[in-house]
Write a protein that binds this ligand. Sequence first.
Ligand SMILES: [Zn+2]
Length: 312
Amino acid sequence: MSMAIRGPSGDHDQHDHQHHGDHQHGEGAKNASRAFGWSIVLNSLLTGVQLAIGLACGSLALVGDALHNLGDVVGLGLGWGAERLSQRPPRGRFTYGFGRSTHMASLLNGLLIFSAGAVVVVEGLQRLWQPVPLQSGPVAVAALAGIVVNLLSARLFGHGHHHDLNQRAAVLHLLSDAAVSLAVLTSALVVGATGWLRLDGLTAIGVGIAVMASAWGLLREAIAANLDAIPAGVDPEALRQALASLPGVLEVRDLHVWGVSSSRTALTVHLRRRLDATLPSRAFLTLARQRLAQFGIAHSTLEVEEGEAGAD
Ligand SMILES: [Zn+2]
């Protein structure tokens, strides 16, 4: 919050505002949205099959895998919906637009997946006391399907921009999901060969814990975003340095950086400039914006005060 104490030439304060649309709505975005769509369809089918076979054949480990995939589908759907919503222009009372719905979507998704993981762990503990008969053949096939679908989805996403953090996270996630399905497959084969029924409960507990752990990371980021934390990709110290090193800048104050949506970062800051700074205000602001753009910040509000060093 800024209660700016004006410098000697406070009436020269410059308020400026700039909006940059998203420039990257070309082929990359289209590919990403297609990968998104396919991933939702494939994962929905997979979830249905795994849930049905897991319940019918008595494998909690498979049900756990299915619940996790269900969480992924819901997350993809929520993310997709929020992304659409966030592209609507601001209107009426919603002067920020609807970008924040992406933060709300990830919070909701994190909570859902975390609860699903917890349920599977509790159920798994019960199965250790009371093992349930298991038909391992269909369970192994459904787990194999999980591996195939997740590897296929990872390939779809992998075709996009490799430097996109979100996309890389998505690929890593899909690969780790394939690993979970691999654990379920292995467990089913071992149960089939040895008849050791408790292994299914043990595997389910492992799956549940893995699900809770990944949801925990998601939850932490979502809570941070909802608290207007600086987005994970922006280094606050480097940013402050970049602003402080602009020509004539004496002081950087009230620096605020937050995610307007999961893909857009906004900034407000007060800069005190030397009175005799030779660079004209326009050129100074342009230069400042170029620096900010290097941090992926396209939406900024700069207040520039001219004054002596330390003059408050
Ligand atoms: Zn997953």
